[in-house]
Design a protein around this ligand. Structure first.
Ligand code: NOJ
Length: 727
């Protein structure tokens, strides 16, 4: 028995029933008065979320001075840096960061985030998100690392390693939380938490592998999703939470529910009749801590007293929570880091923001040099649209408990271009042109009742196309740059969209600009892939900027002026039309008309796709035997005139065993810097584990037959070269 295990056991032995129930409780402090919060701290609450600064310090003191002195865990949604705090480093959205396919940068982002969170006396972030965005209508696509289990798992594991550091006891280490367990993005029609008809086998084969990587990386906590799997709410899903997650994967941290999951079993999902039944179902299923259902505290106590719930269930949950608190060094008076190197974090942010820019098209109009530009559109100078969700701007109610001076001024695309203009002989005329919504668009934005801050954000977006102003801005310009996309009212929680076309008059704006006959560069600034076939057809160049970090506008300007060639690739497939979904790359082979009669078969832009100012040539891949399996070797040459970094991708097609398998699926990737003309051999040890099929009984087997490995620059057939082996 380790020292910590002994201390946990001793402590549990001294805890009363109500102290155990309190330890299983987590409440958002920003929804409590100071007095209420203090009462909970003294009662021995397990965790508060969204308390910052002095308030957190005061509550911690109250907890430490209480009967058993068990310290409280403070949690916060630091999903892209400590971004709910005004003054912290705001990294790009997870989807944007995923465009970099950069494990090393992601680990560094985790480290930087942890240092800033820990410096505020907080211990826990609800990140990374392991949901895979395969239905683009879902509101939270921006929070994902895209559609691939491999890319998601690799980037999530890197972020976890960064957040938790080498030892959780270190001053700058905080707890990660892999969420939302499981298949949360997969609900019918992309409507958040609607029924999710996936089988247990599919869960094991497709949705579980990223969690395995998270658990193997030592992730200390995991969050239960809202959704029901085939009619069973995840909150009550004992087979998945206890059987699969804690049993099969061997997860030894603790499970926290998502926001009011327990109350929702009654109020929203109509699964339990009373809150008491709901608390019983949630505890038995394997949820160790209940987020934001304060009433469940009394119910847990009553359930044990009534004899409906064994106290040993509470003991097990509390054991997991306390073990994590010990691992974190909370009982050993863990100190806050005194110095945080904000400058290094800014440099890291500049790097990942740059790598997150994806060039979708270029007929030679880029890079921009010695030109008169007309830069037009609602995203040109829009901080909210650029930043997107989960920042101090999108969640002002959380940041309000710690308002400090803004230290980093956001750089929008307009500001970025203006900053670089002189150095590239550019003159810029700017015009908004239109809003994201038309004046007569009543339902193109979410219901903002109860979200007064959203109302403030949405109102200014209703603006029709100003034809006169647009045409006059275009006059005298050599090149037109349109900045269009979506804004905060159209991306994030509660903001699923049925229609993914450019909203309001933005399409009309593009067509008006095109009608001038001048070269047109389209910059898409959006939370998720929009359906923009017109752009692919008609623009001379197109650049995708998913919600960037604080200075993403500068990264964009550096990219379009050719100051850098650090472009990213898409971690997600684009559709021509919302009705064409799904378009993700790892689908099973279909037949009997693989496409809608009125849509092409292929996605608009494929997973893994992205251009740069150079091009890469791939040699024929070959296999070598290695460690009882294989390594694939491929030669990659920078065949252009600019230095660059190629993101080399490895896909596999597996033979069908009991079940069909995806046409192709990403299984590995590497970032390879290559000077102009340079060649390198890239070696991928093939992870045979990842090639195993999951049989109906849950076992994993390397099926007999022919395996095809494909290496290249994107998931498109024309970009891949193949080699096979047989088992
Ligand atoms: C609800 C969201 O679904 C989850 O991702 C987040 O961590 C919690 N709220 C806490 O804010």
């Amino acid at each position: 028995m380790t020292g910590d295990t002994k201390r946990v056991q001793e402590l549990i032995g001294r805890m009363s029933l109500s102290e155990k129930a309190a330890q299983m409780t987590q409440i958002p402090a920003n929804l409590l008065t100071d007095e209420e919060a203090e009462t909970w701290a003294v009662r021995g609450i397990g965790s508060f979320l969204h308390a910052l600064g002095k308030r957190a310090e005061k509550l911690q003191k109250a907890a430490r001075d209480s009967r058993l002195g068990i310290p409280v865990l403070f949690g916060i949604d630091a999903v892209r840096g400590h971004a709910l705090k005004n003054g912290a480093t705001v990294f790009p959205s997870p989807l944007a960061m995923a465009c970099a396919w950069d494990r090393e940068a992601m680990e560094a982002v985790g480290r930087a985030t942890a240092a800033e969170v820990a410096a505020d006396g907080l211990h826990w972030t609800f990140a990374p998100l392991l949901c895979m965005a395969r239905d683009l209508r879902w509101g939270r696509v921006d929070e994902t690392f895209g559609e691939s289990p491999t890319l998601t798992g690799e980037l999530a594991a890197a972020m976890i390693r960064g957040l938790q550091g080498e030892d959780l006891k270190d001053e700058t280490a905080i707890l990660a939380c892999a969420k939302h367990f499981i298949a949360y993005a997969e609900s019918t029609g992309g409507r958040d938490s609607a029924d999710t008809p996936v089988s247990m086998r599919m869960i094991r084969e497709t949705f579980l592998p990223p969690y395995k990587k998270a658990v193997d990386a030592g992730c200390a906590t995991i969050m239960t999703a809202y959704l029901p799997i085939d009619g069973v709410p995840m909150t009550a899903h004992k087979e998945l939470l206890t059987g699969v997650l804690k049993g099969e994967l061997g997860f030894n941290g603790f499970v926290v529910t998502d926001w009011d999951n327990v109350g929702s079993l009654v109020a929203r999902q109509q699964y339990s009749e009373t809150l008491r039944d709901a608390a019983l179902a949630a505890a038995i299923a394997g949820n160790d801590m209940f987020m934001s259902t304060p009433g469940a505290y009394e119910e847990l106590i009553a359930l044990v007293k009534e004899g409906r719930l064994s106290e040993t269930v509470l003991d097990e949950a509390v054991k997991r929570i306390l073990t994590v608190k010990f691992r974190l060094g909370l009982f050993d008076d863990k100190q806050k880091p005194k110095i945080v190197d904000m400058q290094a974090h800014q440099a890291l942010n500049a790097r990942i923001q740059q790598e997150a820019v994806v060039m979708l098209k270029n007929n030679g109009v880029l890079p921009l040099e010695n030109k008169k530009l007309a830069v037009i559109g609602p995203s040109v100078d829009h901080i909210h649209a650029m930043l997107g969700d989960w920042t101090y701007m999108s969640h002002p109610s959380i940041r309000s408990s710690c308002e400090i001076e803004h230290q980093i001024t956001p750089v929008t695309p307009r500001k970025g271009l203006e900053r670089l203009a002189a150095g590239h002989g550019l003159t810029i005329r700017y015009e908004k042109g239109c809003g994201f919504l038309r004046e007569e668009d009543p339902i193109a934005a979410p219901d903002v009742a109860g979200y007064p801050y959203l109302e403030k954000i949405i109102k200014p977006e209703f603006q029709n196309l100003d034809t006169g102003a647009v045409l006059s801005a275009c006059e005298g310009a050599d090149v037109l740059v349109a900045c269009v996309g979506d804004f905060l009212g159209q991306t994030g929680e509660y903001r699923d969209r049925a229609d993914l076309d450019l909203s309001g008059d933005q399409q009309a704006l593009l067509e008006l600009m095109k009608s001038t006959g001048k070269p047109l560069v389209v910059v898409l600034v959006s939370g998720k892939p929009l359906t923009v076939p017109w752009v692919r057809e008609n623009a001379d160049a197109a650049v995708q900027l998913f919600n960037g970090g604080q200075t993403a506008g500068l990264a964009l300007a550096r990219a379009v002026t050719g100051e850098t060639n650090a472009f990213g690739k898409l971690p997600i497939s684009f559709a021509h039309h919302a009705g064409q979904l799904p378009v993700y790359h790892n689908q099973l082979p279909g037949w009997h008309g693989r496409r809608y009669i009125d849509m092409p078969e292929e996605p608009l832009y494929a997973f893994g796709y992205g251009l740069s100012y150079t091009s890469y040539r791939y040699g024929a891949p070959r296999l070598e035997k290695e460690n009882g399996g294989y390594a694939l070797i491929t030669e990659v040459q920078n065949a252009g005139e600019a230095d660059g970094t190629e993101i080399v991708q490895l896909y596999a097609h597996r033979p069908a065993g009991q079940r069909m398998t995806p046409v192709k699926e990403l299984i590995d990737f590497a970032r390879v810097p290559l000077k102009a003309g340079e060649s390198k051999e890239v070696r991928f040890p093939v992870d045979m584990e990842s090639l195993k099929a999951v049989r109906d009984d849950g076992s994993r087997v390397l099926e007999k037959g022919t395996y095809t490995l494909m290496a290249g620059s994107s998931s498109r057939d024309e970009d891949l070269r193949k080699v096979t082996f047989t088992i």
